[in-house]
Design a binder for this molecule. Sequence first.
Ligand code: SER
Length: 328
Amino acid sequence: MEAFLIDCQMEKILVIGAAGQLGSELTKALADLHGNDQVIATDLNESARSKFDFCRFEVLDVMNKEALESLVRSEGVTQIYHLAAVLSATGEKKPLFAWQLNMESLLSVLELAKNLKLNKIYWPSSIAVFGPNTPKINTPQFCVKEPNTVYGISKQAGERWCEYYFEKYGVDVRSLRYPGLIGYKSLPGGGTTDYAVEIYHKALAEEKFNCFLKEDSSLPMMYMPDAIKATIDLMEAPKESIKIRSSYNLAGMSFTPKEIFESIKKHHPDFEIEYIPDFRQAIADSWPDSIDDSRAREDWGWKPDYNLDTMTQDILKNLPDYFPPVKG
Ligand code: SER
C-alpha cells in the first residue's frame, strides 16, 4: 500500500478540458488520489479557475501545440487526461470545427506522449462510435460501427489512433466508451444525452420540462460517480490487464425519457413533461439502447453502483447546493 501511494505521488497529472462535465468531477478525484500538488487543471476559459481552489489551474487552448508542450515539459507532466471535445449536438452545428478540435488535439497529445515518453494517457470515447447499422441491444465490444455524427466519426477515428500509438510506439493510452453521463456539478454541455441532466434542473425549479427526445427513446446512461470510478479503476489497473487499446464498452443503466420522468415524479408528483423531438432525435436513434460491457468487467473488474432510482434520489438531494433552483 505504501509503495502504491509513493508511486502515485510521483505522477504529475495534466487535465485538459478540466472544467467540462467530466473534468469538473474527475479532476477532484485525481487530486484526492495523487495529491493536490500533483494535478494541474487546464481549461480554455479563465472563468473556470474558481472551480479549482484545491489544485493548480492554468488557462490552456489545446489547439496551441507549443503551449501544451511547454507546459508538459516545464511541469514534468507524466500523465495526461485529455477531456476537451466538442460533443454530439454542438458538433452537428459546427462539423468541421468539431472534427478539427477533436482530432488535432488528440494527435497532439499522442505525439507528446510518444516523444516525451509519458507514463499514461486517458482519452474518453463514447457510445457515439456506434451507428444505425450497429446491433442496438447489448451492443457488443466488437461490431459494425459506421457512426453518422461528426462527434461519433471523430471518436471512432480517435479510437483507431489510440490503438495505433499503443501498437506502434508503446504509448500506454487507455479509453472508455462512456454512455451519456449524468452529474449535478456542471451544466449540460451540448450532448444528446444531456436532456437527462437538464430534466433534474427543471424538476427542482418546478417548471415543465420540454424534452427534445421522444418518450420511448432508450439510451445507455451512467451516473457520474460510476464514471469516475470506472476511469480511475481503468487508469490504475496493471498495464497487462488492459487488453483493449481502442476503447472499452462501459454500461451503467439504460432508460427512456419517460422512465427518468417517472423516477423524478416519485419525488415531485406535480412535475410535467412534454415531448418535442428535434434534430437530436436522429442522433439518439442512431445510438444503441444498451451496451454489453463484459470485457471491462472481465479485464479490470468493472461493476456499476447506481441505478435510475438511486441516481435520481442522489441528484435531487445534492443538485440544489450547486445550482440553487430559480423558480417562476
Ligand atoms: N454524451 C455524449 C453526447 O450526447 C455522448 O457521448 O454527445
